[in-house]
Design a binder for this molecule. Structure first.
Ligand code: GLN
Length: 454
């Protein structure tokens, strides 16, 4: 009912691309019966969840926000979706996103933008704006997102929700339609840090169907959140990232960030400034590595295997069909990145572009390692500004890309990160996000610090 009330119409939030009310009610009823029989096995049994439309759901459409997958119904569940179902969480439906998860505003969805529930004329962040808006608008208590360069954390920041990018490889990517395999991670979108911890433990852990899946158990997150909520950070060393502040950062964002840092000090943490000099090159490296991997991944949309097929008049060749389908099925941002990636990988340019970008990636990992030798967690604002107006950055790809300045380094290094709400910016009354980053497989630290700030 809540979805029906706020999600549709001209000024609706439009967080959902597909709602499965009937399926969710059947799952909810089964959960009620388990609870009545005292047989509910998981804390989240019966708690409904929304799933980003880049994760496969057996029997439910999966479009990745693209026309090229319109009408495609996957025959199998992503591993994470299977885990949700096994624990008894009713799946409410699929959430809107920038096409193939390319974007920071959800305006690149082929099915129209999602609106920020805090101000319907503003963007909800991206690419997972649908999942964040669904949670922020009380359409769903929980959602799944995916984060390749910030698509869980940045929407979390601008909608006042909690968003977590787990350690690379610690949550299965099987059934996640890949954007950039070396960067992608699935993670929770929730209203509270404890909810994220519960969901993260449920979806995390080894999956033999994902060749990059880590074998380390994903445990201790709920305990860490409870410890943090008790408000004691004595002995914790926190590094404030020097490079992720200053010129170009909205004053109200910096003000709320500083207040949160002061709160960490008050709770007993030892706060120092840390320099990560290679972070200034993270964006440039990311926008070579990501398009390179994405252009390769998107080659499978060849008009033969999935979704859309456009057949030109006459007696078209297979190549004509492929061209017409891709022309009609891919949006401008996707085409831009396919061209960039194909160029960067072309013979003769590989060393100059992709090779250089990989070297920067190594420098960024070294920056993290150096920092974590001295501190337990790193912190920064999640995004440089609060939610901007719909349309404001749509014609300026670089301005759009800059939203992920603070979130991209974590993806390049594989380290985990969380964005937690940090109040409202005084100049516009819009939510601000506080980002916490931890070393690989130390996701529990995110929850301890995040819950202390709540
Ligand atoms: N906004 C970034 C991009 O456009 C991040 C995307 C993501 O995390 N999926 O690539």
């Amino acid at each position: 009912d809540r979805i029906a009330a706020v999600d549709t119409g001209d000024k609706g939030v439009h967080a959902f691309l597909h709602v499965d009310a009937e399926g969710a009610l059947v799952q909810a009823q089964a959960s009620d019966e388990r609870r009545a029989a005292g047989a509910a096995s998981h804390a989240l049994d019966g708690v409904p969840i929304a799933v980003k439309d880049v994760l496969t759901t057996a029997g439910l459409p999966t479009t990745c926000g693209s026309k090229i997958l319109e009408g495609w119904i996957p025959p199998y569940d992503a591993t994470v979706v299977g885990r949700l179902k096994a624990a008894g969480l009713p799946i409410l439906g699929k959430t809107n996103m920038d096409e193939f998860a390319m974007g920071s505003s959800t305006e690149h969805s082929a099915y129209g933008p999602t609106r920020n529930p805090w101000d319907l004329d503003r963007i909800p962040g991206g690419s997972g704006g649908g999942s964040a808006a669904a949670v922020a608008a009380f359409e769903a208590p929980l959602a799944l997102g995916t984060d390749t360069g910030g698509s869980i954390r940045q929407p979390g920041a601008v909608t006042g929700t909690v968003g977590v990018k787990p350690t690379y490889g610690s949550v299965s990517r099987y059934g996640l339609v890949a954007l950039a395999n070396s960067l992608d991670q699935v993670g929770p979108v929730t209203r509270t840090v404890l909810d994220s911890a519960l969901l993260h433990e449920l979806i995390g852990g080894h999956d033999p169907l994902d060749s990059t899946s880590t074998t380390a158990p994903v445990t201790g997150l709920v305990d860490a959140a409870r410890q943090g909520a008790a408000g004691d950070l004595a002995g914790l060393k926190v590094g404030v990232i020097k490079e992720l502040a200053g010129d170009g950062w909205q004053p109200g964002v910096m003000q709320r960030f500083q207040e949160s840092v002061d709160l960490l000090t008050k709770l007993g943490a030892d706060v120092v400034e840390v320099s990560t000099p290679s972070f200034v090159h993270a964006m440039a490296a990311y926008y070579l590595i990501l398009p390179a991997e994405a252009s390769s991944n998107l080659a499978k949309f060849d008009a033969m295997r999935y979704g859309l097929r456009v057949t030109p008049d006459g007696s078209p060749s297979a190549e004509d069909v492929m061209k017409a389908t891709r022309d009609a099925g891919f949006g401008d941002e996707v085409k831009r990145r396919i061209i960039l990636g194909t160029y960067a990988l072309s013979s003769g340019y590989y060393d100059a572009y992709y090779g250089q970008a990989q070297k920067i990636r190594t420098l960024i990992i070294e920056d993290f390692n150096r920092a974590y030798a001295d501190v337990d967690v790193l912190v920064s604002p999640t995004a440089p500004t609060t939610a901007f107006k719909l349309g404001e950055k749509l014609d300026d790809p670089i301005a759009m890309y800059l939203n992920d300045l603070a979130t991209i380094p974590a993806n390049l290094a594989g380290v985990p990160g969380i964005s937690v709400p940090s109040g409202l910016a005084p100049e516009d009354g819009l939510p601000v996000g506080f980002q916490i980053l931890a070393p690989v497989l130390e996701d529990a630290r995110l929850y301890r610090v995040g819950a202390a700030l709540e």
